[in-house]
Ligand binder design. Structure first.
Ligand code: GRF
Length: 194
């Protein structure tokens, strides 16, 4: 810890809705190396998200948001981020679209990981769509979140070859491995600008 004295630390929240393998990976990466990104909060849009279990494993606060009313949900999220002095939001399989107003409050401080080579294949079902279009390559992208879905400025990408034998399942498995390498690297890249 001593090494970090005098160095800017960024209080970070990771937003999830599902398995949370990217969350687990970020927690592993940034706790082992005692680095500048400090994950203080795990926020989920559903109590069913498997990734919530990592709160206990890594001793990080968790918060489940009731999304029945989006407006109220976002108000609750903003209050929670404020209470925890959060400066960076990492979306990792978060299945809700954040509103214009929400993003305005955190402009330039929200990043997302997406399983395609953006700008190709925004939205869902990316792997099957890439296979159906007979793409030679796919991959993953870490990007800033702006007002249009999966359209913010790209921070880093990793490209991999699609094999002739690939199914959506095999491709997603290989890309997920690359996501786990890419996300921490991308956060370290933007760190000086945070
Ligand atoms: C990842 O493929 C990510 O790119 C996408 O949702 C998936 C989340 O996986 N946005 P996990 O919950 O991190 O395992």
């Amino acid at each position: 810890m001593a090494k970090l004295i005098g160095i800017k630390k960024i209080n970070t929240a990771v937003f999830i809705s599902g398995t949370g393998s990217n969350l687990r990976n970020l927690l592993n990466f940034f706790s082992k190396k005692k680095t500048v990104i400090q994950i203080k909060l795990i926020l989920s849009s559903t109590p069913k998200a498997k990734g919530l279990k990592y709160a206990k494993v890594f001793k990080v606060k968790k918060k489940v948001i009731n999304y029945k009313n989006k407006n109220l949900a976002e108000k609750e999220i903003l209050a929670c981020l404020n209470d925890n002095n959060i400066k960076l939001i990492c979306l990792a399989g978060f299945m809700k679209v954040l509103s214009y107003n929400f993003i305005k409050n955190f402009n330039g401080k929200i990043v997302n990981i997406h399983p395609s080579l953006l700008p190709k294949y925004k939205g869902l079902n990316t792997h099957q769509r890439a296979i159906d279009k007979k793409e030679k390559y796919s991959g993953c992208t870490v990007h800033y979140v702006n007002y249009k879905l999966d359209s913010g400025k790209i921070i880093m990408q990793k490209k991999i070859r699609i094999k002739k034998t690939d199914t959506a399942k095999t491709l997603s498995k290989r890309i997920l491995k690359q996501e786990h390498l890419l996300y921490p690297k991308a956060l370290l890249k933007i760190y000086p600008n945070l």
